[in-house]
Ligand binder design. Sequence first.
Ligand code: ADP
Length: 478
Amino acid sequence: MSSYITDKAYINGVWCPTATTFEVTNPFSGEVIGKAANCDEALTKTAIEAASKAFVAWKGLTARERAVIFSKWTDLILSEKQALGELITLENGKPLAQSIGEIAYAASFVEWCLEEGRRTYGITVPSPHPSKRMMTIKQPIGVVSMITPWNFPAAMATRKACAALAAGCTVVLKPSEEAPFSALALARLGQQAGIPPGVFNVIPTSRANVAQVGTVLCTHPLVAAVSFTGSTDTGKIILKHAASTVKKVALELGGLAPLLVFDSCDLQKAVQGVMASKFRYSGQTCVCSNRILVQSGIHDKFVAALKDAMEKELVLGDGMKPTTTIGPLINEAGLRKVSDQVKDAIDNGATLVTGGQAVGRNMFEPTLITSVKTSMKCFNEETFGPLAPIYKFDTEEEALSIANNTDTGLASYLFSGDVSQCWRIAEKLETGIVGINEGLFSVPEAPFGGFKESGLGREGSTCALDEFMEIKYMCWGI
Ligand code: ADP
């Protein structure tokens, strides 16, 4: 077990016990890994009030002073990479090498944001009036509520929180009930690095309490903005709640990422692109390729090569074992969803190429199916599991029209050896992110976010802090 597991919440710089706790289980073994603090409405309000008080002093620091603390925080996180990685694997089953990779990724957001904090420039505006001078400054928005998911319990916490903290805001973060300990571990290291009390609060809560705690986080008058990562359905609830007091809202929601493979592509690059974009963390990322469209001329070769790579490279099992490359799904509901999509596809005429079975607790074999139709569930519901469904297409127009025929638009991928086609398709894909001959794109330097119902705003990049700042226009009479 991990020394980072705690049954306390972190509020106003204090590790607070709660009246009740809830159990967190290892999705691979089913063992209870620990009990987590179960915050309620009252504690949520306490955390928000603490964050509001702390805002006054935190925003008063210079960006450089905040950066000194962030720099220590980055070093502490990286020095604990192994232990924090193990904690992620215990909480969500991710293979350990990927969990340790997530910690490095999480630390990279702390580092990026500390640098960006020193670059929140305003502008001077050429005045249309001889008697006036005009300029803007950026100011932190205030207390920010954050709600994070279980699939990247460390990186989603730092991606959001560090942008807000670097902007001079204070934060109340509710981690997912499936994996609450990583955010608490980051708070512990933040405390050691010198983040003052009340600036970064972490309040886990059980599934039973989530609606009421979520409502307080999104409606409390002292909260200025809400940042959420999770399902589109929950995102819509958050947006509705936030509307009552017109809070600024950043949403990073789901998608149905299309991945297009054209006849001219480099076959191995395309196969590796699917391996990375589809099977990383068992297919449980919001940018996982969900609908794979392959042009008829390369279809059979591509399917054979993908099957080969899947059978050679994907070792299903306990994320703690060094040989495991694909772990369990987060819970039984996740397993049921993948099983249901595979059954629906097979019942409606798809061909099973490899996999297809649930095996052991929360585990599903990496699965490849062909002869997929656009009406099937796997083309219309986010899978969040290791299922690669292949649709065969003939023309570029057909592929684009299928790719864009969805209400969501987070990520897309295309593999082609024709540079003009790459430009053409990339410009026409209705998604916030396009991987061109590339299956992995997430870095703090680049913007992450979606079109359509995939969300509002961008995380990371030079836009990261803007989500948490107001622009103030000053007009001077001279
Ligand atoms: P998933 O089904 O993948 O867990 P969710 O959108 O339900 O996706 O969860 C993402 C985050 O949203 C988690 O932290 C979860 O606790 C939280 N959440 C779920 N329902 C609500 C709600 N009604 N209000 C606020 N947060 C919620």
